[in-house]
Design a binder for this molecule. Sequence first.
Ligand code: NAP
Length: 240
Amino acid sequence: MKTALITGGSRGIGRVTAMRLLADGWSVAFTYSQSKAAADEFVASDRQRLAAFEADVRDAGRAKEVVAEVVERFGSVDGLVNNAGIRRDALLYNMTDEQWDEVVDTSLGGAVAMTRAVLPVMMKQQRGAMVNVASISGLHGVVGQTNYSAAKGGLVAMTRSLAREVARSGIRVNCIAPGLVETDMVAGLDGEVKREMIRAIPMRRAVKPDEVAAGIAFLLSDDASAITGQVLCIDGGLSA
Ligand code: NAP
């Protein structure tokens, strides 16, 4: 049985992806930072194939410990989903250093830390697939998201370079770039702002978390065995 490790799996896209991978036959380890109750409740649904680890993605030392514990528990790490991310929107001239650092350190730094912790395992296995959860904001400009766009654009660029570095070790690295997805992350958006965003989407609707999970599951699967270094936009046509 293959094992996936997902950062930020207790809620949102990470949790729905974990559910999809379980349905596809994977074992799933996931991390959480704040949402312990949600993580415990989720693990209780399948104690055999699910495991949760408390870990702030910004802590590179903890990432190494988590990977070692996942290997001890499940025997391998075949898939990695760098999903944990946050928004702290502000116009750049109003943005605090903390808002910049928090977003870049979590969404880009966290993915780098977990990737570096998992790489030795996958190199040893000579097998593995990674999916980095970027965003349309990493490909196109979005007012108020210079920090988020920089982090997600960095993730896209890192994906392409790493894909080339590790292709001969049997490891694939891809990105997904969701548009507007109905999760807690966008729950606080002003109603009119959200309606305006939806009017700009050719499909005239937000993306559902399970539609994002389907893209991640595909890129992790052997069906994507020749796909690496790519960005799959899951956005209702926003970037078309
Ligand atoms: P969400 O519902 O707000 O969930 C965010 C997840 O990230 C939670 O599981 C959270 O875990 C985790 N997380 C945040 N900070 C963390 C930290 N320092 N260490 C460890 N985990 C941390 O958001 P979502 O919509 O599912 O977003 C998931 C990913 O999709 C993010 O990378 C986001 O940027 C990306 N994305 C979302 C959208 C959208 O419209 N929703 C669009 C494009 C891309 P805890 O609760 O335990 O802290």
